[in-house]
Design a protein around this ligand. Structure first.
Ligand SMILES: Cc1cc2nc3c(=O)[nH]c(=O)nc-3n(C[C@H](O)[C@H](O)[C@H](O)COP(=O)(O)O)c2cc1C
Length: 137
């Protein structure tokens, strides 16, 4: 399988998580690309077999949390994902509010089948991401 991971990172944590997730994907025998929402080409990402989109958590720490505008704009530029498996992820410090369900809903609006939702407090892949990768087959 070819998995595409895209992320938005302000100070490097979400980028480090995306790279750690890519290592998990590769260790399971799949191919994986990693790119920022600023650099990745939505048309190419849309061609992957499975897609992961991540953002840092932006808000007022315990309220109004959301994915970055760049992340949501990127999702909006994806093509028809046609039932492909997808996951959303974020990094945060205190609380993520509704950001992950909103990202999932947006990805489902592009046709993805969102089967994973992960959050990390530091620069490591979330517990459970390896299981999601195993479920890809
Ligand atoms: C302006 C700003 C707002 C933030 N709002 C929240 C928040 O509402 N909830 C939270 O848990 N963390 C919040 N954080 C913490 C970041 O989401 C967290 O440090 C994240 O891992 C940063 O990712 P990055 O290193 O990829 O930029 C905020 C950080 C900044 C700079």
């Amino acid at each position: 399988m070819n998995v595409a991971i895209v992320f938005d990172s302000k100070t490097g944590t979400t980028k480090a998580v995306a790279e750690a997730m890519a290592e998990v994907v590769r260790a399971a025998g799949h191919q994986c690309t990693v790119g920022s929402v600023q650099d990745a080409d939505p048309a190419i990402v849309s061609e992957a077999d499975a897609i992961c989109v991540g953002s840092w958590c932006k808000g007022v720490y315990v309220i109004l949390q959301h994915a970055t505008k760049e992340t949501m704009d990127f999702i909006g530029r994806l093509g028809n994902l046609d039932g492909k498996p997808a996951a959303v992820f974020c990094t945060y410090k205190l609380a993520t509010g509704g950001m992950l369900p909103k990202m999932a809903t947006s990805l489902e609006g592009r046709g993805a089948n969102v089967t994973g939702s992960f959050k990390s407090r530091g620069p490591v892949a979330a517990d459970g991401f390896g299981d999601w990768v195993q479920r890809l087959g």
